[in-house]
Design a protein around this ligand. Sequence first.
Ligand code: PEP
Length: 252
Amino acid sequence: MRKKIVAGNWKMNKTLDEGLALASEVIAMVKAEVKNNAQAVLCTPFISLYSVGKLAEGSPVAVGAQNCYDKESGAYTGEISVSMLKSIGTKYVILGHSERREYFAETNALLAAKVTAVLKAGLTPIFCCGETLAQREKGIHIDFVNSQLTESLFLLSEEDFKKVVIAYEPIWAIGTGVTASKEQAQEMHEKIRTHLASKYGKAVAEETSILYGGSCKPDNAQELFACKDIDGGLIGGASLKARDFVDILKSF
Ligand code: PEP
């Protein structure tokens, strides 16, 4: 059975106090209301990871980072290594978000190194992929997403690949209020699964969790999560409101 996951990407939002308040609300609501077996993950800014992690200890909520560096330690001013994240109990790391690809020039090759570093430390990468509107309009969106997967993930052994979570996030749907229709999302998720099967075989592809991200909200989560190949969501804006995030989590 594929793992169902709803991960909140807080991006560069919330001070420590604000983050703790939001996380407390989410944890309390998850404990009181969530009866399904979906995993909730809060991907906070680095400054809140330790404290939110402490708050979440012993609860059904896990904590994730939004990025990391691929090197273990050394003269890399301003960067955070995976072992540092591991040392404070972080379980997940978002990698390759389109904002990092666009604003920080992250390439598929760099992301391949980051994925490897995260797996080596025993953490779970949430690997993001997704096309621009122009690529979709040209009809090259499927090839583009497949090439992101090939270049960043297909060097992994089958054993390592099985630990990866994928998030399909069409760039035109991120933070825009325009959600991919359930047909558009399901089509791409199915293509992604087929592509994974071409490298790792059908059984492995069938066990890989593929999340949808892009203006996912309480009012559209249910129809998206009901699609055969959609195993949850990566949630930006709506993860900043505890009520919305938990309602999305309850949408399976
Ligand atoms: C995201 O940034 O990963 C995201 C999906 O954002 P939003 O939900 O705000 O579109």
